[in-house]
Design a protein around this ligand. Structure first.
Ligand code: OVV
Length: 402
């Protein structure tokens, strides 16, 4: 429906959050969106948007009104065919969602994740030894891409052949939440062999008997989920579990290198690693946005949104809202109480893999902080463009042993 024929009692903006300028540096747009009002209307995509913490948080936790089963991207699954069969987790509502989410929560239990710690730590320490000895490295390609790409696929029990498909698949999945711009078209053009490898790797015979993938298939044997659902849930691990952690770790190391006072704090007290990661997720959120769709007419902070409308939630902007975080919301401060950020989402869809992500980040940051004296950027980081993810394709740093 053209804007002309609708009644919109919110500021109407013509900015494109998915253009290259805003994807590379979204923060000026975030401020504009937050200051424009609690709810705005984005003319170009005919969608509503929220960028303040209160409204983003409230929408994420009201899954009855802001549903996920019509897609967590711009595309409305009631109107367009999804690019792949919808995720049983991300793109589902209760009661369907509840069943699979419960099963996944058991697979990624605290006990299971504790069981990963020793192996994950050994890999982190070997990598940190190597990188510190080198005197310099790229925080993205030498650290953030190597670490999760070793420990996570091993934990899932994936075949070692073909793992180079994991990053392109994640990039595709996260680009697919946005509009059909060149980022998405380019990713889709190369997608067929990537998708084939992913789907083959979700099948029982491809998965090691002791990994998370096999545990999902056992949940089907136990009747918690069906055998048809099992490969789809393995697919969720492969969609959401790799790029997210790569961006999260890269953004954290880059932000620490760029903020020497914060790196000094972590180096003095490596046990702050978990807090540094949370603050980095708030400060530079890997997942910047998700959409929801309204299930009814709803009023949000005085603005009426009709039923069946797409709503773009700016997680990354909520995480820098001065109304929530104070006047220095744009500053990285690892001693800040970053709890309450929405980088993992909030409510029933909040990241089910987050204990694994947190473990990876804690161990790799601790290993680095225990070994590296100084850590400094040696060149500007290079933005990596994605319709949903914010991060870098390269972030060179120099490092000296303690
Ligand atoms: C890309 C993405 C994010 C979160 C969840 C999923 C995918 C999924 O497939 O469940």
């Amino acid at each position: 429906m053209p804007t002309l024929n609708r009644k919109i009692d919110a500021p109407v903006l013509d900015a494109d959050p998915f253009d290259e300028t805003h994807l590379a540096d979204p923060y000026p747009l975030h401020e504009l969106l937050r200051e424009a009002g609690p709810v705005v209307f984005l003319e170009r995509y005919q969608v509503w948007a929220m960028a303040r913490h209160d409204e983003v948080h409230a929408s994420l936790t009201d899954h009855g009104t802001f549903c996920s089963s019509r897609g967590a991207g711009l595309s409305d699954f009631h109107k367009e065919k999804p690019w792949r069969p919808p995720s049983l987790l991300l793109e589902a509502d209760p009661p369907d969602h509840t069943v699979v989410r419960t099963a996944m929560g058991k697979v990624i239990s605290p006990r299971t994740v504790r069981g990963f710690r020793d192996t994950f730590r050994a890999v982190a320490e070997d990598l940190a030894d190597e990188l510190v000895a080198r005197g310099g490295f790229d925080a993205v390609t030498d650290l953030a891409e190597r670490y999760p790409l070793k420990v996570f696929p091993d934990a899932v029990g994936l075949p070692s052949e073909g793992r180079e498909n994991l990053l392109p698949y994640g990039a595709l999945a996260f680009n697919a939440f946005g509009p059909r711009n060149t980022l998405l078209e380019d990713a889709l053009a190369k997608a067929a062999p990537v998708q084939e490898w992913i789907w083959a790797s979700c099948q029982r015979d491809a998965l090691a008997p002791d990994g998370l993938g096999a545990r999902i298939w056992e949940a089907a044997d136990n009747g918690e989920i069906t055998h048809e659902q099992a490969p789809m849930l393995v697919r969720s691990l492969l969609s959401a579990g790799v790029d997210t952690t790569v961006y999260g770790i890269a953004n954290t190391v880059q932000a620490l290198a760029a903020n020497p006072d914060q790196w000094a704090r972590l180096r003095e007290k490596p046990s702050l690693a978990r807090f540094a990661f949370d603050e980095a997720l708030r400060y530079e959120s890997p997942v910047q946005t998700f959409f929801r769709t309204t299930t009814r007419d709803v009023e949000v902070s005085g603005v009426r949104i009709p039923e069946g409308e797409k709503v773009l939630l700016f997680l990354g902007a909520a995480n820098r809202d001065p109304r929530k975080w104070g006047p220095d919301a744009d500053r990285m401060d690892i001693t800040r109480r970053a709890a309450g950020h929405v980088a993992f989402g909030m409510g029933i869809h909040q990241c089910v893999g987050q204990p694994i992500a947190r473990l990876e980040a804690e161990l790799v940051l601790t290993a680095l902080a225990e070994r590296a004296g100084h850590l400094e950027p040696t060149a500007d980081p290079v933005p990596k463009l994605n319709n949903t993810l914010k991060g870098w394709s390269s972030a060179p740093v120099s490092v000296r042993a303690t």
